[in-house]
Ligand binder design. Sequence first.
Ligand code: 6PG
Length: 240
Amino acid sequence: MIAKPEIFGSFDSWLGAFKDAFRAAYSDSYSHPEGRALPGFHVCLAGGKTPAPLYSALAADPELPTYTELLPLHIWVGDERAVSPDSAQRNGRMIQEAFSPASGWPRPPILHPWPAGSAAWACAEYEKELAAALGPGSSAFDLEVLGLGADGHTAGIFSLAALEHSRICAPTEAPSEPRDRMSLFPPLLASARTILVPVRGPDKAPILDALSAGLDCPFSRIIGVRGRVLYLPESGGASV
Ligand code: 6PG
């Protein structure tokens, strides 16, 4: 089961709830930066289309530069496509472009993209980088943004069978192009202190209904009742 989705009637109210949750988690992290090999507010972001305008809004937020001066913002990527790093299909490229206005902040966000190379090699390297930054055993992210696929996938995890291992990062296969992916996995992916799932558009209503009826899928296994699903039913309208 998942928690009851929070439904929003406008882009602005959906964005406002997202930014409020982001700022609240950031403020909360000041009280427990200990235990990090690399002190900071460590966030793990989803790819796909839905969150891009939310990331752009964060990069344009007048308050966040003061937050990052107090505690550096580290941005990780929850899953990646095994395509060229400069491909428009790359999640790291979308995130970097969305946050590019923040490069002028006194302390800009630090992006940790997946390494370029084969999926197997990139997974091994990213796992090492995560362990070096988050601490032994890769303790939890402070905040995580995950997406919801119309088939119940999240991150790069498309089947329950794909969950049958205990690796932090692993290559995966998607049912549609680009098929070669790599993804973070539970328990790291499921243990973030705050999990936000922005969902948008009428095409996601059926999967939300199925989840509310108890569908067992990668999304429900990972988000459970801890994730806040922020749903904006309309897909058009304002976007930053
Ligand atoms: C990816 C994402 C993936 C995404 C969902 C929803 O690499 O595509 O990480 O898990 O979040 O597929 O995508 P949309 O937001 O585009 O619907």
